[in-house]
Design a protein around this ligand. Structure first.
Ligand SMILES: [Zn+2]
Length: 144
């Protein structure tokens, strides 16, 4: 009788008696839609929810992969923001004035120094698909 059978470990996330499986498994995950795989992650794996109790320092390998995927996402977002801003024909200062955040906001977004607000990203994406709508934003407001 091996240790696994003698001392089963239960998933604390599922909390329903699901028994963790010990082994080295490839783990597929994603952050902000950026998929990544960590090969042969050693630990106790939940077959139901994917929770892992890491062993042999594999938590660090996993968190490194997570961080790399997160950085890849930030770079992709920065590239996207810059491309849309240029498509709209705006300088960084003009974009900062129009969308808020000040003259340096877009420089910071485009160099991954500051995270843009989600609403800014969503509005930029809409304008990227419908650049003709930009004129409605830049027109002076009319008195009611
Ligand atoms: Zn679980």
């Amino acid at each position: 009788m091996n240790e696994y059978v003698r001392n089963p470990r239960y998933c604390l996330q599922c909390d329903d008696g699901t028994i963790l499986e010990y082994g080295a498994k490839d783990v597929h995950d994603s952050i902000h839609g950026e998929a990544f795989t960590v090969r042969a992650v050693k630990g106790w794996h939940c077959p139901k929810c994917g929770e892992i109790e890491f062993v042999d320092g594999d938590a660090e390998r996993y968190s490194d992969a997570l961080e790399a995927a997160s950085e890849a996402y930030e770079k992709r977002r920065a590239t996207e923001i810059k491309a849309i801003r240029k498509k709209l024909g705006l300088t960084q200062a003009e974009a900062g004035k129009l969308f808020g955040g000040g003259a340096t906001a877009f420089s910071e977004y485009e160099h991954c120094k500051t995270e843009p607000h989600k609403s800014t990203v969503l509005l930029l994406r809409v304008l990227g698909r419908h650049p003709e709508l930009l004129s409605e934003l830049v027109e002076e407001p009319h008195p009611a």
